[in-house]
Design a binder for this molecule. Structure first.
Ligand code: ZN
Ligand code: ZN
Length: 140
């Protein structure tokens, strides 16, 4: 796991202002694992900042993702999820229960990055959604 940078440093790097609310929101999210939805994040933050609104949480998560402070899980179905795993990885998506688990990129085989594809497209990163059935959903 790559070490997290201090929030102030991240904000400076990505050009967003540091506010007390954003700081708390970010810290709460760092304590969460996997791929929390904005609603799950809101429920956690509300315990520390009872006055915070869901709209504020949505707005700031959007800002974090837009500015590049955090990554969003790219899914073609389901609700927005925020990526808390900073290591390069892919996703195993269950088509039945919609659960998402991480799989290290080495397991799928690593394609070269910083490589130009036909047409001149430069590969920086990629994330693969592996669609299937999780162990639970295969039973019964
Ligand atoms: Zn499942
Ligand atoms: Zn992930």
């Amino acid at each position: 796991m790559t070490a997290a940078k201090p929030f102030r440093e991240l904000c400076a790097e990505h050009g967003i202002a540091v506010t007390h609310q954003r700081q708390i929101l970010y810290e709460v999210m760092q304590g969460m694992h996997g791929h929390p939805s904005p609603e799950e994040i809101y429920a956690e933050v509300k315990r520390q900042v009872p006055s915070i609104s869901l709209a504020t949480v949505y707005k700031n998560i959007h800002l974090f993702v837009e500015s590049g402070v955090l990554r969003e899980v790219s899914l073609h179905h389901g609700s927005q999820r925020v990526e808390m795993n900073r290591d390069e990885h892919h996703h195993l998506v269950c088509s039945k229960c919609k659960s998402i688990s991480d799989i290290d990129e080495k397991v799928l085989g690593v394609l070269p990055k910083r490589r130009k594809l036909a047409g001149g497209f430069l590969v920086e990163r990629y994330a693969v959604d592996v669609i299937g059935l999780c162990a639970n959903c295969q039973q019964g």
